[in-house]
Design a protein around this ligand. Structure first.
Ligand SMILES: NC(=O)c1ccc[n+]([C@@H]2O[C@H](COP(=O)([O-])OP(=O)(O)OC[C@H]3O[C@@H](n4cnc5c(N)ncnc54)[C@H](O)[C@@H]3O)[C@@H](O)[C@H]2O)c1
Length: 256
């Protein structure tokens, strides 16, 4: 499907966070191919530049900012939202680490919640007035299978992603009448640098990787493109009946 004018005057522009890597990069590529004018955000300028250079379509703007810093959303992203009609927000940037609750420090808890949940809330709050005014908009929050079930050694992460799912549903309920749809995707384990980081201090990294693959019914990790396809569906006309939904893309991780 093709998009509107290059400045996004028809259905607006798509803003994707965490676009410097993995699922965010694949989502940026997919939405550009779908015809969305795109704005990309990441805290890692070098990696974001690689995404922009490799996308094969013009990127309207790319912003290097740390979404946990209050000024990033209040000032830098707010300035973009003032200039451009954001019709699609993909809240993808996220962090995670392995620890039980007992082994989680206050700082780890705060950092995880600040990005995975508070920044998602603040970005939704920022773009909603424009969407409501235009009576049209779509938000896709990248949650996790860990927001639906308890995963071992992911206490803060699971709490943050369950919060994202609750926020998604509440926003859908509040804003359906405004023409805004809000959905989440709950991916299983997807082969990105994230996984490499999780395995970095694992004394049996190959064994843990095999376990992560085998707990999914296809016996493999998902690809970033498979999650990006879900974003494309939810954001496009075929996804119009989805609101307050959690699209589970996990090859059965949470089903069996
Ligand atoms: N990979 C998986 O197995 C998996 C599974 C379920 C859900 N998810 C979710 O998908 C999303 C993307 O994961 P991924 O695997 O592509 O991760 P990734 O680590 O490959 O990419 C995350 C991106 O977010 C950026 N980022 C991190 N902190 C930031 C901050 N404070 N401000 C701005 N940008 C920041 C990073 O620079 C990076 O480019 C995350 O929300 C994650 O929780 C991933």
């Amino acid at each position: 499907m093709t998009g509107g004018a290059a400045d996004g005057t028809t259905r607006g522009v798509a803003l994707v966070t965490g676009a410097g890597s993995g699922i965010g990069r694949a989502t940026a590529r997919r939405l550009a191919a779908d015809g969305w004018p795109i704005v990309l955000v990441d805290r890692d300028g070098g990696r974001l530049k690689d995404t922009v250079d490799g996308i094969g379509a013009p990127v309207l703007e790319h912003l290097v900012c740390d979404l946990t810093a209050p000024s990033a959303i209040q000032d830098e992203i707010a300035a973009v939202v003032d200039r451009l009609p954001v019709g699609l927000l993909v809240n993808n940037a996220g962090v995670g680490f392995r620890a039980t609750a007992g082994a989680t420090t206050d700082e780890q808890w705060d950092t995880t919640l600040a990005l995975n949940l508070t920044a998602v809330f603040r970005l939704c709050r920022l773009v909603l007035p424009g969407m409501i005014q235009r009576q049209r908009g779509c938000i896709v929050n990248i949650a996790s299978a860990g927001g639906l079930v308890g995963l071992r050694q992911r206490a803060a992460y699971c709490a943050s992603k369950a919060g994202v799912i609750g926020l998604t549903r509440a926003l859908a309920a509040d804003h359906a009448a405004d023409g805004v749809r809000v959905n989440a995707i709950a991916p299983g384990t997807v082969d990105t640098e994230w996984v490499e980081r999780m395995l970095a201090d694992d004394p049996d990294a190959p064994g843990t990787r095999r376990m992560m693959e085998q707990r999914q019914l296809d016996g493999r990790m998902g690809t970033p493109d498979e999650v990006a396809a879900g974003v494309s569906f939810l954001a496009g006309p075929d996804g119009r009946f989805a609101n307050g939904s959690v699209l589970v893309l996990d090859s059965g991780l949470t089903a069996v």
